[in-house]
Ligand binder design. Structure first.
Ligand SMILES: C=C(O[C@@H]1C=C(C(=O)O)C=C[C@H]1O)C(=O)O
Length: 300
């Protein structure tokens, strides 16, 4: 029995049926949406074909190391996408769609897994990983940054995610990045920062040293110092972002210093500021670099 045909008549005052031309408009608009969806899908298929050609070119140039991830290129693509966005689709959605597109095309070029440090909270780290790398790229959790760094070191081209802030009890995990062939920090995520980012946990992305497409706007140094004090911390604040943990001895500290290279800041100015504050620097090793932090404000 046809329930609709037998439904009681709508009481007066209920929503009246849409006029015939509005129904026709809805049909036309839905056809437009189907056309756009088919065109977007066709463009993604066309993008895959370009990626196939890009893989062949990279192979021919011998540029293919372990990972196909190119941090400089990704940072500039994400900035452009965010800057040109307009309309009612939320920025979070646009950014998330392109993170999944780019990360998955990187994965189809050369499969990799993401190893993440869950020690400072699993939900935020899992959200961050899925936002930036999607669900096709395997996610592997570790209890601590040390496990992440060794998993990346053992892999062919995996990536690691470690909090980019002083996580309680984390220790000086970055000293494991000091050797010439040890993994390095190659990016800081999110590429585009903003106050209400849905996956805004600041993380360092770790990989085997990048030979092609590294970005060096911000250098990250591991420093071993003695005499670490509050005056030194204040003197460094305008020059570098510092994570400091106790290291070998009473006033010793291991520092992870992110130095945005510009007219004022460089390793030399940071070392000079440390010495002027009575801190002696025992060792310094470059443990990575990444793109400048880029902040989006709703006013642009
Ligand atoms: C396509 C490339 O490889 C990776 C995938 C990208 C993409 O799908 O757009 C961008 C940068 C790389 O991480 C590339 O090197 O250009």
């Amino acid at each position: 029995m046809d329930k609709i045909a037998n439904a009681p008549a709508a009481p007066s005052g209920a929503i009246s049926p849409a006029p015939a031309d509005a129904v026709a408009d809805l049909g036309v608009l839905r056809e437009e949406i189907d056309r756009i969806d088919a065109a977007m899908h066709a463009l993604l298929i066309e993008r895959s074909q370009i990626i196939d050609r890009l893989v062949a070119v990279k192979r021919a140039r011998g540029a293919e190391s372990g990972s196909a991830f190119r941090p400089a290129r990704e940072a500039s693509m994400m900035r452009r996408i965010v800057d040109r966005h307009r309309g009612i689709l939320p920025l979070d959605t646009v950014e998330g769609i392109w993170r999944v597109i780019i990360s998955t095309f990187t994965y189809v070029q050369a499969p990799y897994a993401v190893h993440a440090d869950l020690a400072s909270g699993e939900p935020a780290m899992r959200d961050t990983s899925r936002f930036h790398f999607g669900f096709t790229v395997p996610f592997i959790g570790h209890m601590g940054a040390g496990g992440v760094v060794s998993a990346v070191a053992r892999s062919r081209g995996d990536l690691g995610l470690v909090p980019a802030f002083a996580a309680p009890g984390a220790g000086a995990w970055w000293t494991a990045l000091e050797g010439e062939h040890a993994p390095k920090i190659i990016a800081r995520l999110p590429f585009v920062e903003r106050a209400d980012h849905p996956a805004g946990l600041p993380v360092f992305c770790i990989a085997h040293p990048v030979t092609d497409g590294a970005v060096t706007e911000v250098e990250v140094w591991s420093l071993h110092v003695s005499g670490w004090n509050g005056q030194a911390a204040r003197a460094l604040a305008p020059l570098a972002e510092i994570v400091a943990v106790p290291d070998r001895g009473l006033d010793g500290a291991a520092l992870l210093a992110s130095i945005p290279l510009d007219a004022e800041a460089s390793l030399d100015t940071v070392l000079a500021a440390l010495r002027a504050s009575g801190v002696s620097v025992r060792a310094a090793a470059l443990v990575g670099s990444h793109a400048s932090r880029y902040t989006h404000t709703p006013q642009g």
